[in-house]
Write a protein that binds this ligand. Structure first.
Ligand SMILES: *[C@@H]1O[C@H](CO)[C@@H](O)[C@H](O)[C@H]1NC(C)=O
Ligand SMILES: *[C@@H]1O[C@H](CO)[C@@H](O)[C@H](O)[C@H]1NC(C)=O
Ligand SMILES: *[C@@H]1O[C@H](CO)[C@@H](O)[C@H](O)[C@H]1NC(C)=O
Ligand SMILES: *[C@@H]1O[C@H](CO)[C@@H](O)[C@H](O)[C@H]1NC(C)=O
Ligand SMILES: *[C@@H]1O[C@H](CO)[C@@H](O)[C@H](O)[C@H]1NC(C)=O
Ligand SMILES: *[C@@H]1O[C@H](CO)[C@@H](O)[C@H](O)[C@H]1NC(C)=O
Ligand SMILES: *[C@@H]1O[C@H](CO)[C@@H](O)[C@H](O)[C@H]1NC(C)=O
Ligand SMILES: *[C@@H]1O[C@H](CO)[C@@H](O)[C@H](O)[C@H]1NC(C)=O
Ligand SMILES: *[C@@H]1O[C@H](CO)[C@@H](O)[C@H](O)[C@H]1NC(C)=O
Length: 379
């Protein structure tokens, strides 16, 4: 048996040891009461954990958040709460980690299901990006089937560099809404969170969506269309659609409509039409379609503006080119006439008319006179 003081210290140590063992018991350290709240496109999560005060300083929490947009992300904290950007189909779980041990105490996984009446969230949401000097985004949706008529929806768009709220709303037909965010400063290839919140006398479910803006960009028509006429043919040239996401040359196919006749699918930037197939008032237009393999919408752009290319137009154009030549010709003719008149006048002045024989002035004489003006008197 040990004696006195050493026995005392032995018991103290044993007690401490037991206490710490108990502290590490899973039933204490598993996070419980996981809850969440959505505020302004942010997801706030909270939990509880009965951590004995002795090891409080050595405890951290690892929060695993998964969503259908970014996959999963893990963050660590000493607090019992954390804030995330909201993404669709979010789920989270919390793990307690005690420094200096290998043990992990995992909570259950909680799904974030937006509150509110089922079927009240916006439905059939379509998003499109357009580029017309500035970037704008247009959202179109139906009211949820169970959403009351007085429902007002609000759209938010979030990227890592900030958030925009849609301010321009149009209510098209019954229970269909549209909103536009103009002058967007957006990263087109970044996953972007779209949130549609509703308010009404009922609690409206929030809708969370993820989109990559470049995949929603409207295809614009080909630009800079030029015509070039040769002896026999008309050559049409154009440039690929100008778009924010600036897809490669191989990402488009084109179609030309000459009067009512549509060309097949074209992968080139030029097309030749025999001149004989042109009518007096022929017109042509071109449209483009994106390729899915480039992450573009597989939809036709609008047609470009109609370009007159008929024989009438071509002649008119040629006439236009002739006008300067005709004008120059007229001026020259006028000068010659003036010079001739001046010659006649000079001759009449210097050599008063002799009744007979009548002086014969011809063009050659006149130029001779002009060429050596000082000899006029001698003549
Ligand atoms: C942990 O605590 C539970 C009840 O609180 C108990 O049944 C279990 O035996 C304990 N486990 C350990 C390893 O101490
Ligand atoms: C969890 O919530 C229940 C009921 O609200 C409460 O009784 C319990 O103490 C909570 N647990 C912790 C660890 O706070
Ligand atoms: C906390 O961790 C430090 C360093 O790992 C260790 O020295 C200390 O004993 C731990 N405290 C408790 C109460 O476990
Ligand atoms: C998170 O926890 C810390 C520390 O307990 C607290 O100061 C902060 O207000 C909490 N944040 C929220 C959103 O509850
Ligand atoms: C709402 O829909 C979800 C999923 O479809 C379902 O689990 C839940 O029971 C529904 N709630 C009500 C009140 O109908
Ligand atoms: C485009 O955006 C810039 C900066 O946001 C703004 O100054 C300009 O007026 C906008 N142009 C058009 C046509 O809306
Ligand atoms: C959504 O679109 C589908 C198919 O066009 C349609 O049947 C449905 O009624 C639409 N939902 C709403 C709420 O209008
Ligand atoms: C028209 O085509 C000819 C021959 O291909 C070329 O030399 C000329 O530069 C073209 N003109 C224009 C305006 O494209
Ligand atoms: C359309 O173009 C094709 C091929 O160039 C030609 O054979 C056909 O006659 C054209 N049809 C009309 C209505 O111009």
């Amino acid at each position: 048996m040990q004696s006195g003081p050493s026995a005392f210290f032995f018991w103290i140590c044993l007690c401490q040891h037991l206490e710490l063992s108990a502290a590490y018991n899973a039933s204490f350290l598993i996070p419980t009461n996981l809850t969440w709240k959505i505020l302004h496109c942010k997801l706030h999560v909270y939990w509880e954990c009965n951590v004995p005060w002795e090891i409080q300083d050595n405890v951290t929490y690892e929060v695993t958040m998964t969503n259908s947009c970014l996959g999963s992300q893990i963050d660590t904290t000493r607090d019992r709460n954390m804030t995330f950007d909201l993404y669709p189909n979010a789920k989270f779980m919390v793990t307690t980690i005690v420094k200096g041990t290998q043990e992990r105490y995992e909570s259950e996984e909680i799904s974030v299901i937006p509150e509110g009446l089922n079927g009240t969230a916006a439905e059939n949401v379509s998003v499109s990006l357009s580029f017309d000097f500035n970037i704008s985004m247009t959202f179109l949706w139906n009211y949820g089937k169970n959403a009351p008529d007085d429902t007002v929806y609000k759209v938010f768009l979030r990227q890592t560099n900030g958030e925009r709220t849609c301010e321009i709303y149009r209510y098209k037909q019954r229970r269909m809404a549209k909103c536009i965010i103009p002058n967007l400063n957006i990263r087109v290839s970044e996953q972007t969170c779209i949130i549609i919140e509703g308010s009404s006398k009922e609690k409206i479910q929030m809708l969370v969506r993820c989109v990559k803006p470049s995949e929603k960009e409207n295809i614009s028509p080909p630009s800079n269309i030029r015509l070039n006429f040769t002896q026999k043919d008309m050559l049409i040239n154009w440039i690929k659609p100008s778009m924010v996401s600036d897809p490669g040359d191989h990402c488009f196919t084109y179609m030309i409509k000459l009067d009512e006749n549509e060309s097949g699918l074209l992968s080139e930037y030029s097309y030749t039409v025999p001149k004989d197939s042109l009518k007096e008032d022929s017109k042509l237009k071109i449209r483009a379609i994106g390729k899915e393999m480039c992450g573009l919408q597989n939809e036709w752009s609008k047609w470009s503006e109609s370009i007159p290319c008929g024989t009438g137009y071509v002649n008119e154009k040629r006439d236009k080119e002739l006008i300067p030549a005709i004008a120059a010709g007229s001026v020259l003719l006028a000068i010659i006439v003036l010079v001739l008149l001046w010659c006649k006048w000079l001759q009449e002045k210097i050599l008063p008319p002799i009744p007979k024989p009548k002086l014969h002035i011809d063009f050659e004489t006149c130029t001779a006179l002009n060429g050596s003006g000082q000899n006029i008197g001698i003549l």
